[in-house]
Ligand binder design. Sequence first.
Ligand code: SF4
Length: 309
Amino acid sequence: MSEVLIMPAEEKTLTYKQTEKIAYENNKLHKRLCRLVGQAIGDFNMIEDGDKVMVCLSGGKDSYGLLDILLTLRERAPINFDIIAVNLDQKQPNFPAHVLPEYLTKLGVPFHIENQDTYSIVKRVIPEGKTTCSLCSRLRRGILYRVADELGATKIALGHHRDDILETFFLNMFFGGKLKGMPAKLQSDDGKHIVIRPLAYVKEVDMERYAEVKGFPIIPCDLCGSQENLQRKQIKAMLRDWEKKTPGRVENVFAALSTVAPSHLMDRKLFDFVGLQATGVASVDGDIAFDEEPCSTGSSNIISFQSLD
Ligand code: SF4
């Protein structure tokens, strides 16, 4: 699965030159995805020699893409690790149960389908019209942890990408009063597993395009009848608007998640403000609160506070 030349279906009707250009762009996309996923894996030490990675496959574009890229990277990796794809069939009405087994069998990837009717539980417990996602996700999480145990998986890989991380960050800030995102690597709630998000550096638009050119057999995600969370929708729209009107802003926010200065925030659990004493030693990257232009650090990429509307 080394150099993959991805051709979209519509390519047949194009001229030779157009076809070549599309193939070139698709190849570039594939390379970019592999590079970004490899980088995230390396930065966070997500996968180690001898790991058994359980890739959670929902049937959506992101998890298909994640599995596909991990399979490519495994071929090139200097370490050995196993991959097992897992799908939880939640018994939603009209769920096409044959799609994933057929796809995975054709791909030659070991897989496990876990059948658990969480759909009925959620419908029974949550009153009509109320959001079902929170209970549904909790149930799903518990089941996936148990399955990881049973399969002897050492890592659980999820298909969240950069935009999911940013949306969660703003959701927590705007509606939860917390500076908290979605980590690229974390310990599971039960303390027994390491959950990884190898797509952490990847933009959603790239995953959309990749799914299109690879022709993944996408399973619609609205089978449960639940509406997309309204607050998440608002955040998504806000980010798309920023991306359009202020190129670079979203990139900067994402970069900021990896460049935290606890001494310049206000969380007393992260920094000992109470015990802070002058050391007599000057700080190069010190407080610029009194500067006229708070963000004029010389980089044209940095947005000044005034331009944040
Ligand atoms: S959209 Fe449906 S399946 Fe997905 S988490 Fe919400 S309730 Fe569960």
